[in-house]
Design a protein around this ligand. Structure first.
Ligand code: ADP
Length: 278
């Protein structure tokens, strides 16, 4: 355990590309304070926890009503009028749940996005600094491969950081039960064609069923007992509003990789044609 903790500390001092160690630490501290003060970079976890209650209520309503509906239809004779009424209530609750998601999505809407030139490497380093405790708790060893001379992207810095934070948290969640191999996470940035920059968070976690690939980004799809299942759905909305795209892939070995591409600062740059591995 000490070795792993040591590796994390070492990794931090190496990965953050500032010569003076002291100023690195100061920088991390001040970034953490700044972001915390801004209160902007709520983790998806915090965000979801705060709306989980609101979503859970209509969801339990849906389950209860659907069950009642089945009972009424199974009765002899079937209680068709009662079943119709409970079906109506199920629909009402479904609408309520989707309203919550709509409101959350609106939070990250274009009108709320402040597009500016963003250095994705720097933004990512800040998120990594914020996730330091998380890496220590989960004994994850992180490696960064951040491309040099990466073009600036056109983005809302805080929103992009929220996406990266969510990917890092999901990657650590996916590795928490891993005992037979190192919990390695690799964060890569690179150019993706002429007009885009790609970021990938790769983990050595449990991965996912190939069949669920399309559902990972659906709202409320979760395999975690405490999960709400909207982190990836919000993340994808954010990236698509940036004119980018987001996807997941299974590693050749254990684990998965989640990537997004966003346009660089250039007239009419788009990632619509960027390659998405199947
Ligand atoms: P939550 O984290 O609340 O479940 P997300 O939308 O962020 O919500 O993720 C949805 C689901 O996608 C997760 O429950 C998990 O099944 C899957 N998933 C996300 N990231 C990973 C990952 N790195 N490895 C394996 N599965 C993942």
């Amino acid at each position: 355990m000490r070795n792993e903790a040591g590796a994390i500390v070492k990794w931090f001092s190496v990965s953050i590309d500032i010569e003076d160690r002291k100023s690195t630490e100061e920088e991390i501290r001040s970034t953490q304070t700044k972001l915390a003060q801004m209160g902007h970079v709520l983790t998806m976890g915090q965000l979801t926890a705060s709306i989980a209650h609101e979503v859970n209520q209509p969801l339990s309503g849906i389950i209860t009503n659907a069950n009642t509906c089945l009972h009424m239809l199974a009765a002899n004779p079937p209680n068709v009028e009662g079943a119709r009424e409970t079906a109506r209530r199920t629909i009402r609750d479904g609408h309520r749940a989707s309203e919550v998601v709509k409101r959350v999505r609106a939070l990250f809407g274009k009108e709320n996005a402040a597009l500016e030139p963003v250095d994705l490497n720097e933004a990512t380093r800040e998120v990594i600094a914020l996730s330091r405790v998380r890496f220590q708790e989960t004994h994850a060893v992180l490696r960064t491969e951040l491309a040099e001379e990466l073009p600036l992207v056109n983005g809302d810095r805080v929103q992009l950081q929220q996406v990266v934070l969510n990917l890092i948290q999901n990657a650590s969640d996916a590795m928490i039960s891993v005992r037979d191999r190192p919990r390695r996470m690799v964060i890569t940035t690179e150019r993706d064609g002429n007009e885009c920059v790609r970021l990938t968070v790769q983990d050595a976690g449990v991965g996912f069923e190939r069949e669920s690939l399309q559902r990972l980004f659906d709202a409320f799809y979760t395999t975690k007992s405490e999960g709400v299942g909207i982190g990836l759905s919000i993340s994808r909305s954010i990236i698509e509003r940036h004119g980018g795209r987001m996807w997941a892939a299974l590693n050749e070995g254990p684990g998965a990789a989640f990537s997004f591409s966003v346009p660089i600062v250039a007239k009419d740059a788009t990632c619509a044609g960027a390659a998405v591995p199947s």
